[in-house]
Ligand binder design. Sequence first.
Ligand code: SF4
Ligand code: SF4
Length: 378
Amino acid sequence: MQVVATDCRDYDRKLVLNTVRDALTSLQVEQLVARGDSVLLKPNLLSPHQPEAGITTHPIVVEAVITYFQELEVEVKVGESSGGMMVNQSLTEQAFQKTGVLAVCQKLGVEVINFDRASTKIVSNDRYDFPLPEVLLEADLVVSLPKLKTHSLTLFTGAIKNLYGCIPGMKKVGYHRSCPHPADFSELIVDIFELVKPDLAVMDGIVGLEGNGPGSTGDACQIGVLLASQDLVALDAVAASYLGYTQNQVPITRIAAKRDLGSNQLQQIEIIGGYQPAQQGYRLPSNALLSLLPNWLLQPLFGSLLSQPVINHQECIKCQRCVQSCPQDVIVDRQGLEIEEKGCIKCLCCQELCPQEAITVKEHLLVKLIRSIKGFLR
Ligand code: SF4
Ligand code: SF4
């Protein structure tokens, strides 16, 4: 299976358009669609952030992919459900606006679909019933447009994890609640991937996110790559290797490969496009250090070793976004918001969604110790 990884150092409109066009032409994507087909693009608009934050798919990349498909005379739509919801208020609308993707869609005459409010159909496997937007299920071609980022819970978020945003609004919170362990949550993400099964992914790795992603406690970093593939597992495996993950370290790609949904074995993937990483790996999330512990120690202690979110009262504006998005209802007001450690599953949804960067993560002492011994993180 081929993954195109092309050097692309900035968001110059012409450069990105040419890079996307060359990548998709080399994958013969034009043969996947016929004139008049419907194409649904799913960017990663996790929460309302400016493009420069490195958290959301850059509007120039979204614009380039729309333009490529419009040249093929197909009908393009862009759909997303962001990471949380306030009572009677969809964060997705704010995210479309603040990330600049709404403006691009308006300019190019493309319909924007807020999955929080779209009609859905239940699609089931033997474990779950998922409400998925009908527009997504009915599209002739589905394209995942992820951002290349670290993720504190699943270690990496790319083309496959991006599909969690196909689940509307607060329904995502319920799945987090039913899968508190990262391994189970990763299985659930792969369940969604198996049901949606996009035909293609184009990843924005021009500026990515390192450290404790996927939200504002990660740090934007220049990676300088644009990736594309029809094998989303292979694409994610290649992108994760650029961040510094070893082949089987990322649970989602490992599980997806085990289910024969693609390959995560780098030696089996043909990487074309000529990209050479400018540096050897990036700063991984604190929780990535846990994979260095032996299983006999890790298994019984796992939950308590994960990084714990903490609210900084000086920064908190009591907007209630974290309270309403917490799957465990453990954020309580006691003369200022506090997180009850008992019951917190450390999913870090609260931290992802905080508009003030008022939620930081506290590393367990053992993790700090490993970090100092191994010098693993910069
Ligand atoms: S911690 Fe952040 S999300 Fe939670 S109430 Fe305060 S500002 Fe809002
Ligand atoms: S407090 Fe934050 S990390 Fe803990 S369960 Fe709630 S949303 Fe998840």
